[in-house]
Design a protein around this ligand. Structure first.
Ligand SMILES: Nc1ncnc2c1ncn2[C@@H]1O[C@H](COP(=O)(O)OP(=O)(O)OP(=O)(O)O)[C@@H](O)[C@H]1O
Ligand SMILES: [Mg+2]
Length: 359
C-alpha cells in the first residue's frame, strides 16, 4: 500500500453528510487541530453548526462537488446513502476514505450478505425478490416466520416487515413499494452486539470492546459495555470485524451489527462504513472515540488505543421527546449528555444520547 503523508493540523477534512455523525466527527477533528467542511443538501444540518465551512447542495451537483473537492485535503462520508456516483466523482479530485466500493456494498443488503459469505462470516438464510411472485418463492425458500426488508435505504427498522403464515404477500409487496426485497429467516438471537473496527492507512486494525445492543421499536435503545459476553463469543465477533476491515482495505471505521444465537454462534446482520450509533459510548468510555479514530485514519495519523477506561458505560439514545429530559440528565453526576442541535423533535428522531459511566 502506498504510504500517504500525514495531514498537518490546519488541514481541512471534507465530510459528505451533515447529521449527528458528521457533527461528532467534526468535533473530534477540531480537537486535533483540523478544520471541517460539511457537504449536505439539508438547510439546517446539525454538522454545519460546529464546522469551519459548509456547502449546502445536492449530492448530484457536480459544480458544487468540484468546488468542495478543491477546498478539502481529504474526504469521508457520514451518511450511508450518499450516492456512490458522488464518491466516484470526487475520488479522482481528492482522496475519499472509505472508498466507493465499500459504500456500494453497504448500501445493498443483498451485496452485504454476499460479502460476508465470501469472507466466511455466517449470516441469516436469505433470498432476494424483485417481483410479487419472487417474494412468494423467496418466503417459501427461506421458511416462515421471516423478515422482509427493502434491499436499499432502510434504517432504524424502516422498510421492514415480519412475515408469517397468514401474511398477505401481495399486500406486503405493494406496501413496501414494489421494489427489490430481501427475505431473511428470523434469527432466534439471545443478544445483539456490534463490532466496530478501525483501520489506519498503514494497515493497523483495532476493534473496540464489543457492546451489547438493545433495540426498541426497531431503533437502538441502549449499548452496554462490557456486554457480559463469553470470551469465545468476543473472539468470534472481533475476528468478524477484523476480517471485514481487511477484506475491504478499510481506511476509517466499519461497524458490523451482530446476532448472538442461542447455540453460541455469531452472525453478521449488516454493516456501516462509518461511525455507528452503537459506538457513541466510546466518546466517554474509551481512550479514543470512534470519531477520533476516523479522523486519525483518514488523516494518516496512527490509531489511538481502544481500551475501556471505565468499569461500565451505558449509552442510551434520546429519541424524539426523550430529549426534553436534558436538564435532569445534565444534573446526573455520572452522565455525559450529547445533544445534536436538531431543531425539531419529531417522533422516532434521534435527538441526542447520554453515556452513563460507572467509574
Ligand atoms: N433476520 C433477523 N432476525 C431477527 N431479528 C432481526 C433480523 N433482522 C433484523 N432484526 C431486528 O431488527 C433490527 C433492525 O434490523 P436491521 O439492522 O437489519 O435494519 P435497519 O433498519 O438498518 O436498522 P438500524 O438502522 O437500526 O441498524 C435488528 O437490530 C434486529 O433487532
Ligand atoms: Mg441495523
Amino acid at each position: 500500500m502506498s504510504r500517504r503523508a500525514v495531514l498537518p493540523p490546519g488541514s481541512t477534512i471534507g465530510i459528505l453528510g451533515g447529521g449527528q455523525l458528521g457533527r461528532m466527527t467534526a468535533l473530534a477533528a477540531a480537537n486535533l487541530g483540523y478544520r471541517c467542511h460539511i457537504y449536505a443538501p439539508d438547510a439546517h444540518a446539525p454538522a454545519f453548526d460546529v464546522s469551519a465551512s459548509h456547502t449546502q447542495a445536492p449530492y448530484e451537483d457536480q459544480a458544487a462537488l468540484r468546488d468542495f473537492a478543491s477546498q478539502v485535503d481529504v474526504a469521508t462520508y457520514e451518511f450511508e446513502n450518499v450516492p456512490v456516483a458522488c464518491v466516484e466523482f470526487l475520488a479522482p479530485l481528492v482522496p475519499v476514505h472509505p472508498g466507493a466500493d465499500l459504500l456500494r456494498t453497504a448500501q445493498h443488503r443483498g451485496r452485504e450478505k454476499a460479502f460476508f459469505q465470501r469472507i466466511g462470516v455466517p449470516v441469516a438464510p436469505f433470498a432476494l425478490a424483485d417481483s410479487e411472485a419472487a417474494l412468494t418463492a423467496a418466503a417459501q425458500q427461506v421458511g416462515l416466520p421471516a423478515i422482509v426488508k427493502t434491499t436499499t435505504e432502510g434504517y432504524d427498522g424502516k422498510g421492514q416487515a415480519r412475515v408469517n403464515a397468514g401474511t398477505d404477500l401481495a399486500a406486503l409487496w405493494a406496501a413496501l413499494g414494489r421494489r427489490e426485497l430481501i427475505v431473511e429467516a428470523v434469527i432466534d438471537f439471545v443478544a445483539e452486539a456490534s463490532v466496530i473496527a478501525v483501520r489506519a492507512a498503514d494497515g493497523t486494525v483495532r476493534c473496540f470492546p464489543i457492546g451489547r445492543n438493545v433495540h426498541r421499536n426497531g431503533i437502538l435503545h441502549t449499548t452496554t459495555v462490557p456486554g457480559g459476553f463469553d470470551p469465545a463469543l468476543l473472539r468470534q465477533a472481533e475476528e468478524i470485524g477484523r476480517r471485514a476491515a481487511e477484506a475491504v482495505d478499510l481506511i476509517g471505521v466499519l461497524c458490523v451489527e451482530l446476532f448472538i444465537t442461542r447455540d453460541g454462534r455469531v452472525l453478521a446482520n449488516e454493516m456501516a462504513p462509518r461511525p455507528h450509533n452503537s459506538g457513541h459510548w466510546t466518546q466517554d468510555g474509551c481512550v479514543t472515540s470512534q470519531f477520533e479514530q476516523l479522523v486519525r485514519a483518514i488523516s494518516g495519523l496512527p490509531l489511538g488505543l481502544v481500551d475501556l477506561r471505565v468499569r461500565q458505560v451505558v449509552m442510551t439514545n434520546l429519541i424524539g421527546a426523550e430529549a426534553d429530559q436534558w436538564q435532569a440528565i445534565a444534573g446526573e453526576a455520572n452522565a455525559k449528555l450529547h445533544l445534536y442541535g436538531k431543531r425539531e423533535a419529531r417522533p422516532g428522531r434521534k435527538m441526542g444520547h447520554v453515556n452513563r459511566l460507572t467509574l
